[in-house]
Structures are given as structure tokens and as C-alpha cells.
Design a protein around this ligand. Structure first.
Ligand code: G6P
Length: 601
């Protein structure tokens, strides 16, 4: 959360910063700001809300002589989303941007206030610039920066510029992502490489504990051992930036894309009579007797679905944990457990830290991730990329579909290794996988039906999405989609558990979205839905089998395999959330209070 960019060079800086921030806006859009130093000129612009407000505000500003510039797009952690709390934060003659949380900021702030410093914002970040300026009184700028960084606890990726060194950007990374791009026209900094593609030709992904400066074209990196010899990696120049291509929202486009990106996920992995995963070296699973999966948000839901597949197909013990819970529960970890993380962005702070913990405990690690070169990919022993392409909508759709597909492939892969299922069963799983792209296709008929029906579901006192077995995680995901973009209260629940409490809420204003697959526990879920209907709950049934008690009914078509039913119902719940949100007039792609990549804990 929060995106940062920086640039040292002579090209027009405002455009470089705004272009980069546009690519990073998914990380937060509470406010945005830029600061530029060219010689003795110091300029900054900030605006609350989306980046377009900053673009408007800085419309007539130009900065094309040699100098340094930093920019930021914010997801508020400390302090409301106001202009005063927007980055860059100014000291007397220096600016700072920061992504992360400075955990000891209150203590530092107290100390600085006692020394006469006036704080303008409520942010944790502002302490960095004041600490720097305090140390600058008696030290050279780089030494002052080092001293300031040493005082910080918590997570940070930070850039600082100062009039005392107008040709230099100071940087430090600990826990939050940051990279340095090297281009013909200058040196770039960014939270993610999408912000500098097309500008820099080489890149270095900073490691935790690294800091340094870029002065003109000279970059020096240090860690606590001293100067770091770093190797740059080439960066592709193709800007594969996502466009809406005629869809109303990115989320809508991404729902429609699922039938094609799933083919990319399967490519080279799903063969005629077996699945292969070239990324996994032979022997990797030797000694592994259990799997633990850690993830957050939507990725956690795909993990839960996978746990059914791993135990059922691969006959391997599997448990799943929310990364933020796992980190502090003092978990007992044994080295015969494979630690799997799932992450669209590869940058989620809690998931990354959980992975580091597991590695410290000596566990082998594997990640299912959508972003190559992300922190989680770099930290993992094995990375299986989901190949969903850039996902822009904050509410995840195609990432979830491809994660679930890849986890299904992985379950079959392990089943093959452990010989836990017959050749015939593998053949039938593969056949079902090959059908998935068809199942994921959105038809006009389905979309318009959901559009019509969504009208009924704009009010009421809440939604329950219910399902059993694999369809319980899908119910959780359906409810999450709806709350993320419609702001209506929705809960996912195991259908069999409703009678242990939630059924007390049932009345006609309680909307129940019932996932009723034909291939898994149909009769059981049917009874659970009947119990709700008997108590007047309004039922939207999603099933291949018509259901006389349903108030609304969406008939699904592919009742030959649970995973095909899973994918088909997934699309229905995604479209339902989308249509409700559009009717309510919400910004589907940038829902309030959320960010796509959560790099703070
Ligand atoms: C945020 C996003 C969710 C995402 C979650 C985990 O909350 O808004 O869509 O599921 O982070 O992100 P990850 O990138 O690790 O999958």
C-alpha cells in the first residue's frame, strides 16, 4: 500500500512521476503528491483523492532541468486522508515519501517535539524528514540520512531529497518493496517495476536493510556489512499496461478475461495424460508429509479451496492460515511441512513475513503468485506463476480463478507423485481442466440475467452466501466480492452451520445466495436452504437443478465435475457483485478504503 516513485535526471520530471504513480495507483488512492528540486527551486503539489486531482493541480508545472523528484500515492494508515497528511512531507528544506509503517514514530515524534520541531501532519512518515534535518545540522547529508534510518523501527521504503544535496536521492528499504531502475535518461525508483517500464532498461530489486544514494548517474548501495556489490537485471521495454478495451470497469474486463488467462495458466502444465510443473525440481517433495498454506484476502479463499483438493486428491495433510494470524500465534512448524504462500501481488506484508518465519524454521517454500520478481517470488524456493496478466480491479477476480486452477494442477501433480489416485482419475481431472475455459466464458444471456436480477438486491439487511465443501470457500469469496465493491454487508458461511446461530437472522430481508452444485453434497445443501426458506429468507439459488423454493434462480450448465461447477458459480457471484455495485453508483475498480496491494501489516 502506498506507491512511491523517484527520479534523478534531466527529463521532464512531472510526467515521469505522474506516469509512474498512475501505474501504482492500485496501491492506494487516498491522496497523491510530488516534490521536485532543481537547483535552488523547490516545488511540491499534493491533492486528496485520486491521482487525477493531482494531475489537475499540477497542470501548468514543468520541471525539465537537471534535478531530483519524488512522488507518492497514499493508502492512509496514520492520519486521515487529508492534504496535510499527503506525502511528500516537508521539513525545512527536504522532502520525504514513505511506504510502510514506522512503529516507533510516537516515541520519535515526542523526542523531536521536545527539541522544538513542529509537526504538520498526523502521519508516522513525517518523523523521517525531521530526524534527517536534525542530524543534518552536524553531519553531511548521507551520514544524516544513515543516522535517521537507524532510528526507525517497522517497515519502510523511503525516498528523501534535500536542498543540501540537490543532485541526490537518498533511499532505504526495510520490509516494503522498492527497486532502482537504470535508464539512458536517469535513475528511477519505484515500488514496482510497472512504474518504470519503458523508461529504465535495467533494474535492481533492493533487499531489506539496504540503503544508499543516487547522485547524478552514480548509485551507491549499503547494508550493515558495508558497500553492496549489486547486479542489475534487464527490464523488458514492453509496456503491457492494461486498458479497459470497451468494458465499463477493469473488473468487468477481468471477469471476461478469465476464460483466456486460464489457458495461459494451464499452458505447458496440463498435458494429455499428466500434469507437469517444470518449476519444481525432482526430489523437491522428498520428505514432505504435510502442507501449510498462508495467504490473505481472496488468496486465502483459494487456499481454503485448495485444502480440500490436497487432502482429497493428493492425500496429504493440509491446513490453511490467514497470514496475519499465523505470524503471532507462535506456530509449531516441522520441516516435513511444505509452506505454500498464495499472493496476487507478491508483496502482501503479512504473507511475506509469514514466509520468512517459515523459512527461518527450515521449511521448504513454494508460492503461487501473479507477479514475477515480486518480494514473495524472490523469497520462495519455488514459484509457480499464475499468468493472469495485470489485474487492475481492486476486487480480485482473474487472479482468484488462476490461483485456484494452479492449485488444482498442483494437487494433481502431488497426487501423481504420491500415486494417490488412479490413472483414470487423473485422466478425468485433466479432461475437466480442459473444459474450464469454456465454463469461464461469460455469455450475454447470463450477464443480462444477472443485470436484471441485481435490482432486487440493493437493499435489505444483509447477505449470506452459503455453500458446503469446496463451495464454502467460494461462498466466502462471493461475499467478499460483494462487500468490497457494494459496501453491503455480506457473510460467507458453511451452509450446514447456519442452524447454529445465523439462522436467527432469517426473514425476507435476509438475502441468501445458495451455491447448490450437483456434483457435491447436493441433498445436504438443499436441506440447509429449505431450512432458511421455511423461515422466509429470500433465496437466490445458483444450481444446475431447478429449485422450487428459490425466489430467484440462476441455472448453471456444467454439472460434470465439482471444479467446473466451482468456476461457473464463481463467475455468477462475481457478476452479481459487479452489477449490484454499478447500480449503486460505486467506483467498482477503486472501492473506498481499499488498496490492491497491502504492504503494511
Ligand atoms: C488486498 C486486496 C485483495 C487481495 C489481498 C491479498 O486486500 O484488495 O484483493 O486478495 O490484498 O493480496 P495478495 O496480493 O497477497 O493476493
Amino acid at each position: 500500500m502506498c506507491g512511491i516513485v523517484g527520479y534523478v535526471g534531466s527529463s521532464e520530471k512531472k510526467e515521469i512521476l505522474l506516469d509512474g504513480l498512475k501505474e501504482l495507483e492500485y496501491r492506494g488512492y487516498d491522496s497523491a503528491g510530488i516534490a521536485v528540486i532543481e537547483g535552488s527551486n523547490l516545488n511540491s503539489f499534493k491533492a486528496v483523492g485520486k491521482l487525477e486531482n493531482l494531475v489537475e493541480k499540477a497542470k501548468s508545472f514543468k520541471a525539465d532541468s537537471f534535478g531530483v523528484a519524488i512522488g507518492h500515492t497514499r493508502w492512509a494508515t496514520h492520519g486521515k486522508p487529508t492534504e496535510l497528511n499527503a506525502h511528500p512531507h516537508l521539513g525545512k528544506k527536504s522532502y520525504v515519501v514513505h511506504n510502510g509503517i514506522i512503529e516507533n514514530y510516537q516515541e520519535l515524534k515526542k523526542e523531536l517535539i521536545a527539541e522544538g520541531v513542529t509537526f504538520l501532519s498526523q502521519t508516522d512518515t513525517e518523523v523521517i524528514v525531521h530526524l534527517f534535518e536534525k542530524y543534518s545540522e552536524s553531519s553531511e547529508p548521507f551520514e544524516a540520512f544513515q543516522k535517521a534510518i537507524e532510528r526507525l523501527d517497522g517497515a519502510y521504503a523511503t525516498l528523501l531529497i534535500t536542498q543540501d544535496a540537490p543532485d541526490t536521492i537518498f533511499f532505504a528499504k526495510h520490509g516494503s518493496p522498492m527497486l532502482i531502475g537504470f535508464g539512458e535518461d536517469g535513475i528511477y525508483f519505484a515500488s514496482s517495476d510497472t512504474a518504470i517500464i519503458g523508461k529504465a532498461s535495467e533494474v535492481y530489486y533492493l533487499e531489506d536493510g539496504e540503503y544508499g544514494y543516487a547522485k547524478g548517474s552514480d548509485v551507491a548501495i549499503f547494508n550493515k556489512e558495508g558497500k553492496v556489490e549489486f547486479t542489475k537485471k534487464p527490464l523488458s521495454s514492453d509496456k503491457v499496461s492494461a486498458q479497459k478495451d470497451g468494458y465499463r470497469f477493469f473488473m468487468e474486463k477481468e471477469i471476461y478475461e478469465q476464460s483466456t488467462v486460464i489457458v495461459d495458466t494451464m499452458m505447458g502444465r496440463v498435458l494429455d495424460s499428466e500434469v507437469v510443473l517444470d518449476e519444481i525440481e525432482s526430489g523437491f517433495f522428498d520428505g514432505i508429509n504435510a502442507i501449510k498454506i498462508c495467504a490473505c484476502g481472496t488468496s486465502y479463499h483459494s487456499a481454503l479451496a485448495a485444502s480440500y483438493l490436497f487432502e482429497r486428491m493428493a492425500k496429504i495433510r493440509c491446513d490453511v492460515e490467514i497470514a496475519s494470524e499465523f505470524r503471532y500465534k507462535e506456530p509449531l512448524l516441522s520441516s516435513d511441512t511444505l509452506f505454500i504462500t498464495i499472493s496476487q501481488s507478491g508483496e502482501t506484508a503479512d504473507t511475506l513475513e509469514a514466509l520468512k518465519m517459515a523459512k527461518r524454521a527450515g521449511l521448504k517454500s513454494l508460492t503461487i503468485c501473479n507477479v514475477d520478481n515480486s518480494s514473495i517470488v524472490r523469497e520462495s524456493d519455488v514459484a509457480l506463476l499464475t499468468r493472469a496478466g495485470i489485474e487492475k480491479g481492486v476486487a480480485s477476480t482473474k487472479a482468484f480463478a488462476t490461483q485456484t486452477m494452479l492449485l488444482w494442477i498442483l494437487a494433481i501433480y502431488i497426487a501423481q507423485l504420491r500415486e494417490s489416485v488412479s490413472k483414470e482419475q487423473i485422466a478425468s481431472e485433466i479432461e475437466a481442466m480442459r473444459h474450464s475455459p469454456t465454463v469461464l466464458k461469460v455469455t450475454d444471456a447470463l450477464h443480462s440475467k444477472i443485470h436484471r436480477l441485481s435490482k432486487r438486491y440493493l437493499h435489505g439487511h444483509g447477505f449470506f452466501f452459503i455453500g458446503r465443501d469446496l463451495f464454502y470457500p467460494l461462498a466466502l469469496e462471493g461475499a467478499l466480492k460483494l462487500k468490497e465493491i457494494s459496501y453491503l454487508h455480506a457473510e460467507g458461511y458453511p451452509a450446514g452451520e447456519m442452524k447454529h446461530g445465523p439462522i436467527a437472522l432469517a426473514d425476507s430481508n435476509l438475502f441468501t445466495v445458495a451455491l447448490m452444485p450437483k456434483t457435491l453434497l447436493y441433498d445436504k445443501i438443499k436441506s440447509n436452504v429449505e431450512e432458511l426458506s421455511a423461515r422466509d429468507a429470500t433465496i437466490l439459488a445458483i444450481s444446475p437443478e431447478s429449485f422450487e423454493l428459490a425466489d430467484d434462480f440462476i441455472q448453471t450448465k456444467y454439472a460434470s465435475h465439482p471444479m467446473l461447477e466451482f468456476f461457473e458459480m464463481m463467475v455468477v457471484t462475481q457478476l452479481l457483485a459487479l452489477e449490484i455495485s454499478i447500480r449503486l453508483g460505486n467506483d467498482v475498480d477503486m472501492p473506498r478504503n481499499l488498496a490492491k496491494s497491502v504492504t503494511v501489516e
